[in-house]
Ligand binder design. Structure first.
Ligand SMILES: Cc1cc2nc3c(=O)[nH]c(=O)nc-3n(C[C@H](O)[C@H](O)[C@H](O)COP(=O)(O)OP(=O)(O)OC[C@H]3O[C@@H](n4cnc5c(N)ncnc54)[C@H](O)[C@@H]3O)c2cc1C
Length: 439
C-alpha cells in the first residue's frame, strides 16, 4: 500500500521551524456566501503570494486552505534558497525556448532576493541568511557537471566557486566527497515563518483568508465561477488553483498531471559545540549530486536537519537508524547523535519535471508541479498569477501557459515513482561504493 497526500495528519508538521515560525494564524472557516474578484484555493506560498500581490494591486481576494496556512510543502521543506532551478541554464532554454527560458533563469536567480524584498517590505522575520549553498559531487562526472555550472556563471560575473576536495572538506566537516561548488547567491529560510508572514501581510492589505475550508466543487454559474466549501460559497470572476502535490479532483484532469512523491525530513537534537564548529561551520545548507540527493542544514538552535529522499510505501517509513547510517557515511563524527523528530512532505512530479502554469478555462488558472527548489519560485509564480489576473498578458509572464499534460496510467504512477526511486537508490549505492573505495 502506498501513502497518499490525503492520508497525512491534519496537524501541522513537527518541524524545527515552529520555534521561530510565528503564531499560527488561527483563522475561521468559511461559513457564508462571498462575492469577490479572485478566489484562491490553497494556502501555501503560491496561494499566499498570489493573494498578497492581488490585494496589493487592488483586487478583492478570498483564499481558502483545507488545513492551516502553510500546512503543505510550504512548511515542510528543507528551507534551502537556491538561486537556480534544478535544470542548468542551457537546459532551461532548451525546454522553454528563447523567450521564456531566460525569464525563468532570471526569476530563479532573483528568487532569494525577491523573498528578501518582500520580507523587508512587510517586516516578515523568517530567518533569511545568504551564506551561499554548497553542492557536493559524488562522482567525477558530477564534479565535471559542477565545473561546467561554475564556469557558466563565472563568465557572467556571478559568485560561484569550485571547491577542491580539501576546501570542501573544511566547509562541510566531511572528506567524503570528491569536491564541490558553492553558489554564494543562495541561502536558507524558515519557510513556515515566511508563509505565515505572507498570509498576515495579505490579511492586513484586506484579503479574506479561511482555514479548515476545503474547496469541494468549482463550477460556472452564468458569468461567474462558484467555489463551494462545506459551509460556504465564493462567487468570483477568477479562480487560482495553488494546490501542488495536494491537488485533488476539484478541476477535472488536473490531479492526473502530477505524481505526488512523499519525502521525509529528519532533525537531530542540538549538536555539541565541538560538532557545530566542524559541521557546516559557515552554516551553508548543502546538497549532493546523487539521484536521490541528501540535503543537510544546521538550524540556529544547533539541530541538524537532514532530508533523505522518497518514502512512499505505507509501513516502510525510513527509520532513524537507516537515516543515521546515511548521515554517518558522510559525517562519521555523528555516531552518537540523537534523533529529534521527522515529518513527511509531498512534492509534485510531472512530465515536464518542473513548474507548470495552466489556463484551465477563461478565468481559471493553476500554478503547480514543483518538485523541490520551489520556495522562491512559488512566490514568483503566485505573483505572476496575480499579475495575469490584473491584466498582464500571458505572453509576458515568467512561465508559458501550457495545456494539461496528464501522466499515463496515473492510477499506477505512485508505484512507478516508488520503483524509480528504488532503482535510483541502487545506482547511487553502486556509485557511492566506488567513491568509498577511492576515499
Ligand atoms: C520535503 C520537501 C523539501 C523541499 N525542500 C525545498 C527546499 O529546500 N527549497 C525550496 O525552494 N523548495 C523546497 N521544496 C519545495 C517547496 O516546498 C514547494 O515548491 C512549495 O512549498 C510549493 O508551495 P505551494 O503553495 O505551491 O504548495 P503547498 O505548500 O503544498 O500548498 C498546497 C496547499 O493546498 C491545499 N489544498 C489542496 N487542495 C485543496 C482544496 N481542495 N481546498 C483547499 N485547500 C487545498 C493543501 O492543504 C496545501 O496546504 C521542498 C518540498 C518538500 C515536500
Amino acid at each position: 500500500m502506498l501513502f497518499r497526500p490525503a492520508d497525512d495528519s491534519h496537524e501541522p508538521a513537527r518541524t524545527p521551524y515552529r520555534v521561530r515560525g510565528g503564531d499560527p494564524l488561527g483563522l475561521p472557516s468559511l461559513k457564508e456566501e462571498l462575492q469577490t474578484d479572485i478566489a484562491i484555493v490553497g494556502g501555501g506560498i503560491t496561494g499566499c503570494s498570489a493573494a498578497l500581490h492581488a490585494v496589493e494591486a487592488g483586487a478583492k481576494v478570498v483564499l481558502v486552505e483545507g488545513q492551516s496556512i502553510g500546512w503543505g510543502a510550504s512548511s515542510r521543506n528543507a528551507g534551502h534558497l537556491p538561486a537556480a532551478t534544478k535544470h542548468e541554464p542551457e537546459e532551461v532554454v532548451r525546454l522553454y525556448g528563447e523567450t521564456f527560458g531566460p525569464r525563468i533563469i532570471d526569476a530563479s536567480e532573483n528568487g532569494p532576493r525577491t523573498i528578501e524584498a518582500i520580507a523587508e517590505r512587510y517586516g516578515i522575520e523568517c530567518e533569511l541568511m545568504f551564506p551561499g549553498i554548497i553542492t557536493a559531487a559524488h562522482t567525477a562526472e558530477a564534479l565535471d557537471g559542477l565545473k561546467h555550472r561554475v564556469d557558466y556563471w563565472q563568465k557572467r560575473g556571478r559568485p560561484l566557486e569550485l571547491l577542491d576536495r580539501p576546501t570542501l572538506a573544511s566547509m562541510l566537516g566531511s572528506s567524503f566527497y570528491l569536491g564541490g561548488a558553492i553558489d554564494r547567491r543562495g541561502g536558507s529560510i524558515n519557510p513556515l515563518a515566511y508563509v505565515r508572514g505572507l498570509a498576515r501581510a495579505a490579511l492586513k492589505k484586506g484579503a479574506y483568508l479561511y482555514e479548515n475550508t476545503r474547496a469541494q466543487s468549482l463550477y460556472r454559474d452564468g458569468d461567474e465561477w462558484v467555489v463551494r466549501t462545506a459551509d460556504g460559497v465564493i462567487r468570483a470572476d477568477k479562480v487560482f488553483l495553488c494546490t501542488n502535490a495536494y491537488t485533488d479532483n476539484l478541476w477535472p484532469g488536473l490531479r492526473r498531471t502530477v505524481i505526488p512523491v512523499r519525502t521525509i525530513q529528519f532533525t537531530t537534537k542540538p549538536l555539541s559545540d565541538n560538532l557545530l564548529k566542524t559541521i557546516l561551520p559557515g552554516r551553508q545548507p548543502m546538497i549532493d549530486t546523487r539521484r536521490v540527493l541528501i540535503s543537510v542544514r544546521i538550524h540556529r538552535d544547533g539541530r541538524l536537519h537532514f532530508g533523505c529522499g522518497p518514502s512512499m510505501w505505507a509501513g516502510s517509513a525510513p527509520t532513524w537508524q537507516s537515516a543515521r547510517a546515511r548521515l554517518q557515511e558522510i559525517f562519521p563524527q555523528l555516531a552518537d547523535v540523537e534523533f529529534d523528530d521527522y515529518w513527511p512532505g509531498w512534492m509534485a512530479f510531472n512530465k515536464a519535471d518542473s513548474w507548470q502554469m495552466h489556463a484551465l478555462a477563461p478565468g481559471v488558472f493553476a500554478a503547480l508541479g514543483c518538485n523541490g527548489r520551489g520556495v522562491a519560485l512559488a512566490t514568483i509564480y503566485g505573483r505572476d498569477l496575480a499579475r495575469h489576473a490584473m491584466g498582464t498578458p500571458a505572453t509576458e509572464l515568467t512561465l508559458p501557459m501550457t495545456p494539461l499534460d496528464p501522466v499515463g496510467m496515473h492510477a499506477f504512477s505512485g508505484m512507478g515513482a516508488a520503483a524509480i526511486a528504488q532503482w535510483w537508490r541502487m545506482r547511487d549505492a553502486i556509485e557511492m561504493r566506488r567513491l568509498k573505495a577511492k576515499v
